[in-house]
Design a protein around this ligand. Structure first.
Ligand code: NSS
Length: 433
């Protein structure tokens, strides 16, 4: 069905004198005697309409006089080039219809963070949030397209689960009838079950982490894109990860240049990410680099945000860190052959200080080692019986990873806080709206 009205982008493409019918919200309005300048916003942009008392019915002119910012309107008119208009063209209105008036809009754009979060449902109308949401959509559709083309099956694992994947400390507990259950931290264990039929699977699910501290890059609810592949080694999986990211970033730059520019993103900093392979360093090398940079780190330490930021200064494109100490990584990661203190795990870090966007590994196949690690974590092995079955019945070498969509959006848009990568962010202290 062809839309019955024009977008602002359509209007800007029209020649002088052509008729348009716009629908949108009043972005800005200036009333001057018998004239009103109405900037109309829709999802494609903003255009100025000029309404004059003489060209409208008296009802319509009355309505125009009552218009306020964020009222919703329909404007019919003719396009006219005007170098003084913000977009070089304006619409000379022949009719204005009001759908909904707006009392004084509470947001001007200079309010503090908490005010904007309390009014998130309204702040989403800003051009900044609109641009970010479009970049997000483009990144995700590009990834989806890539995965389909490369033969990965999309599947739908559960969100309500009986057990932890990524450590008990960040589990959200929910009442599940007369039992306790948890919101999923990762679909991984279920994806591991699905590779025995579909072999190459992926899912996009919300993942939940009860992160106790508020940071710039942690949400309590985030969108997790996860892959799992039968017969894939860690190295194979890293190639998948870099190709997926390179493709998505390239597409976002090609298709969302205007939005990235509106956000003030220096696009030249994203271009190196188009080319694979991405550099690879081991955890051991990362520790050496950090020591050289004067960080008081020793082997076995977790790499926090500050350490990651320092490492990103060494690279102009995303890079992998591999072979982490076993004791800082999850129970399911496979021991490195000949080096039992290290696992075949990898992180992909985005440059410019952004840090980890992907975490993955080859999975432990040895059932005894798995059980031992499950016990060490303090989990009840009974909850993992089904998972252990996957090692009993025709076990295969396999690997996978999880990508935090908001982390990727944050890097690509160049924004400094994860909360603006998602319409309604969830983190400690924030559940409304
Ligand atoms: O904890 S991860 O590093 N890894 C997993 O959950 C694996 N079980 C995934 C897998 O192999 N299937 O999380 C993966 C990614 C991580 O690199 C971040 O990009 C993102 O998920 N992540 C988060 N994003 C936003 N907020 C929070 N709290 C968060 N935690 C992880």
């Amino acid at each position: 069905m062809a839309p019955k009205w024009d977008t602002v982008a359509d209007a800007l493409k029209k020649a002088d004198g052509e008729e348009v019918l716009l629908r949108g919200w009043v972005h800005w309005i200036h009333k001057l005697g018998k004239k009103a300048f109405i900037r109309v916003r829709d999802h494609t942009g903003v255009i100025q309409a000029v309404a004059e008392k003489a060209s409208l019915s008296s009802e319509e002119w009355k309505a125009v006089k009552k218009l306020t910012r964020e009222s919703s309107v329909e404007v019919r008119g003719r396009v006219r080039s005007d170098p003084r208009a913000p977009s070089g063209k304006e619409v000379v209105a022949t009719s204005v219809k009001v759908f909904g008036y707006s009392p004084p809009f509470p947001i001007w754009g200079r309010e503090d963070v908490d005010f904007l979060l309390d009014h998130r449902h309204l702040w989403l109308r800003s051009r900044r949030m609109t641009a970010i949401m479009k970049v997000r959509e483009t990144l995700l559709s590009a990834m989806r397209e890539w995965l389909k083309r490369e033969g990965w099956w999309e599947v739908h694992p559960p969100i309500l689960t009986a057990s932890a994947v990524e450590g008990g400390a960040t589990l959200f507990e929910v009442k599940y009838f007369d039992k306790k259950a948890y919101l999923s931290q990762s679909a991984q264990l279920y994806l591991e079950a699905l590779i025995f039929s579909l072999e190459k699977v992926w899912s996009l699910t919300p993942s939940f982490r009860a992160e106790k501290s508020r940071t710039r890059r942690h949400l309590a609810e985030y969108w997790h894109l996860e892959l799992e592949g039968a017969w894939y080694s860690m190295e194979d999986m890293m190639e998948v990860a870099e190709e997926l990211v390179a493709y998505a970033v390239r597409r976002a730059v090609e298709e969302r240049r205007e939005e990235l520019e509106l956000l003030g993103r220096d696009i030249s900093k994203l271009e190196p990410a188009f080319e694979t392979p991405y550099p690879r360093i081991t955890y051991d090398e990362a520790i050496e680099i950090l020591k050289r940079k004067g960080f008081p780190v020793s082997w076995g330490d977790n790499l926090g945000a500050d350490e990651e930021r320092a490492l990103t200064e060494e690279f102009e494109k995303p890079f992998f860190i591999t072979h982490f100490p076993k004791k800082i990584k999850a129970f399911y990661m496979k021991e490195a052959p000949g080096r039992p203190e290290v696992v075949l795990g990898f992180d992909l870090l985005a440059p410019e200080g952004y840090g980890e966007i992907i975490g993955g590994s080859e999975r432990e196949e040895n059932i005894d080692r798995l059980l031992e690690r499950i016990r060490e974590e303090g989990y009840d092995p009974a909850n993992y019986e089904w998972y252990l079955d996957l090692r009993r019945y025709g076990s295969v070498p396999h690997s996978g990873f999880g990508l935090g969509l908001e982390r990727v959006v944050m890097w690509v848009t160049g924004i400094d806080h994860i909360r603006d990568t998602i319409p309604f962010p969830r983190f400690r202290g924030r559940i409304y709206p």
